[in-house]
Design a protein around this ligand. Sequence first.
Ligand code: GDP
Ligand code: MG
Length: 305
Amino acid sequence: MATQLLREWTSFQQFPAATQEKLVNLLGKLKNQDVNTLTILVMGKGGVGKSSTLNSIIGDRVVAVSAFQSETPRPVMVSRTRSGFTLNIIDTPGLIEGGYVSDQILETIKGFLGRFLLNKTIDVLLYVDRLDAYRVDNLDKQVVKAITESFGKEIWRKGVVVLTHAQLSPPDGLNYEEFFSKRSESLLKCVRQGARISKKEIQDFPIPVALVENSGRCNKNENDEKILTTGLPWIPNLVHTITDIALNGSKSVVVDKKLIEGPNANDRGKLFIPLILLFEYLFIVKPIQKWIKDDIARETRPSWE
Ligand code: GDP
Ligand code: MG
């Protein structure tokens, strides 16, 4: 287990006073429930704003963000402490490569978790996508499926769907509310289908959707807090949602050996390899051996026989 240097969460002072006050209350709520560490896993496709959202929550540019080739090549864990409370956020590379979910990237993420979080928990999953996208396709479902196969279906009980680029003008004919509800409904449906969550299960454990606007051009209120179009300061709101999920009574996901070494979708085929080899031995290698043996026996027979 690598020792992790815990850094004081100094950038906390950079938040506007009003935000700090709200965050202090939320962290206090966690500590009241004996939650002294919160570990958040951030996942999604590339370029959707995962790294930017991490930076927004920490209040500092701690991980690289880029408009082009916006990739964190490997996972990064940012840990900060504040009055006895530890926040860990794990930023991960986008899961899609060459039009498919990359098993290699999934393995890298699991390997990373095994190194830094073995026997610890993932308390919240932020599944990040953009608000300003108009369709949900099979690839989105594949991403959800891959996350589910890697971490178990229960991870969605700890899930928050985060929609970035929240400060947008909706397409003609729709107002913001309508656009938001259409977009979040279709993404939630995609999560439900990709993770095979029944309608009943989702009723009992609804997955919250949080809006995020990471841009420096995000509107602010009179307290200098970044706000959504509704006027809601979104950073405290996101942390509020995260706190609710952390305290929702569902078990956090334990990073154990089974999770790290567990099969994911494409590895499962590998279970058949020994069977295929046995089949080849019995029905191909063996008959050829017998045929050669018979042939040799026939050859070595004296010609007068
Ligand atoms: P990642 O690949 O998912 O980590 O995405 P990044 O955080 O690197 O962001 C990709 C690009 O989108 C960068 O140019 C960011 O500045 C931009 N971006 C991220 N979030 C937002 C957002 O909420 N609003 C706007 N306008 N741009 C964003
Ligand atoms: Mg990134």
